[in-house]
Structures are given as C-alpha cells and as structure tokens.
Design a protein around this ligand. Sequence first.
Ligand code: ZN
Ligand code: FE
Length: 257
Amino acid sequence: MPDIVPIPAFTDNYIWLARGDEGAVVVDPGDADPVLERLDREGLELRSILVTHHHGDHVGGIPALLRRFPGIPVYGPAGEAIPTLTHRLGHGDRVVPAGLDTEFEVLDVPGHTAGHIAYYGDGVLFCGDTLFACGCGRLFEGTPQQMAASLGRIRALPPQTRVYCAHEYTLVNIGFAKWVEPHNAHLLAREQVDAAARRAGRPTVPSTLELELRTNPFLRYDDPAVIAAASRYAGHDLNGGAEVFAAVRRWKDREYD
Ligand code: ZN
Ligand code: FE
C-alpha cells in the first residue's frame, strides 16, 4: 500500500499525496501552492497527477504544477473536458501512475459529474466527490439512478478498502445520517470518534468501506431501517435501491443543507 497523506486546501478539500520510492503523486490538486510547499519541505519530486473529475477545486492547481514539473503525466476521466490531461481513462482501464509501483483500476462512477472516475488499487480507493465519509456527492450532472449504480460499484469492493475522499464533510454528514438512522449504534460510535479527531485537529479520513457500509445512509439503501426512513420522508413505498437512494439524497438536499 503506498504511503498516503492529506494536503489540506481551501476550506475543506484534501489533496492526497502518495509517496513512492521514485517520487510523489498527487490526487485532485485544486490548488498548487500547498502541494509545492509540501513537496519542497520534504524534498520530493512530483512524478504524476491523478484527477477524478473536472471541478475547479480538483483541477485548478494543475497548470502551475506543470510549470514546475513540465511534461509529467496527468491521468483523468476520458469523458470530461480537462485540457491538461495526457492520459484519458475509462471504466476497466488499469494505470500505474508514474512515481508509484501500485496498479490502479479505473471505475466509472457518474452522478456528481457525468464523467467522474475513481481509482482502486492495493486496498486504496481515491473516489473524489462520489463517496464521502458518511455521505456522497451532490448530483450536479447525473441522475440518482446513475449515482446509486456508481455507489453499487464501490460497495462491491473489499470491505477493508481505505476510502480517500476529497473533502472533510464527515461531521456534517453524520448529523444528517442520524436523521435517517437515529438508533444506529455504529453511527453513534463513529460520531464520538470523528468528533474527537476534529477536536484534535486531525482528519476523519481515510475511512474504511466497512465503516461506510455500517454508517453511511447513501450506501445503506437496502437496509430495512433506511428503507423505512426514506419511505416515511417520501410519503409512499419505495421500489428498490435506486428509489431509496434518490429519496435519501432529496431529503438531505431539501431539508438538511
Ligand atoms: Zn466536485
Ligand atoms: Fe470537490
């Protein structure tokens, strides 16, 4: 498993820095300054860049990083217009980013954006704004059906997978998750752990897929308690995971934040 640390950016983004024997790789560098500062401090050379989707807080730092490290590969989604990409990737592609010796498999995970991809390899998932700790990305360009299918792909990964998402939204997400499942003991325990981490100034991520499966309402669309709560909010019976997911997403968007 590569050695991975967060570089905080903007108010709540994490740019993930993976350190290998031959240099470093960053994931979703929305801002170049904190990345360059960290690389300089550690005497690291940037060897490549991974991108999950086209939003500015994930790609904005790429031009300045390329000015400092000209010609390094920039891997990203084939389905999105990101002019700095050198390698355009889609579902099932495999990539060993320059600087690391880890092979990642590319998953198409549309929903937050239409061409969003995720990278899975060696027990690590870089999922951008698709799955968050105890939450999921807003549906800016996709349908609830697409997002439910994308989250279904993530659910199928091994439970010990470490989930490296791109924002620190966990405590706010837990607040909503408690609306859905006020009696979920795993969720209440998670809140204690993650609140303590934030009080100590530590990130709450990465989490594990196993913890998400126990606590994240957006992955729990087939759990009886989540189905019951979503149906209550919708005011009628729901048919299948995608409908339950859609109701929970609508509930959070309209009533919570
Ligand atoms: Zn985004
Ligand atoms: Fe974002």
